[in-house]
Design a protein around this ligand. Structure first.
Ligand SMILES: [Zn+2]
Length: 78
């Protein structure tokens, strides 16, 4: 199996089992912030005081994007 096939199978598994979404507004102050990958819905957790831009993709999907396994870029270019 190629690296691409493995990555895409793992992606499909993540898409089929999306995590329960957490509403950041319902959390107490100081809680980490929950975001979700735009491609696979995986949870992306950042500290409440994070200073980076909110990531659109989880690490695994970033890898897929970097490798060009899936054409992701144009999906997010608004
Ligand atoms: Zn993802």
């Amino acid at each position: 199996m190629t690296e691409r096939e493995k990555a895409l199978i793992a992606l499909r598994k993540r898409q089929e089992n999306p995590p329960k979404k957490i509403d950041n507004g319902s959390l107490y102050a100081g809680s980490p912030m929950y975001f979700y990958c735009k491609l696979c819905q995986a949870e992306i957790v950042l500290p409440e005081d994070f200073t980076c831009a909110v990531p659109q993709l989880c690490n695994d999907c970033n890898f897929i994007k970097d490798k060009g396994f899936v054409k992701v870029k144009e999906w997010f270019d608004d």
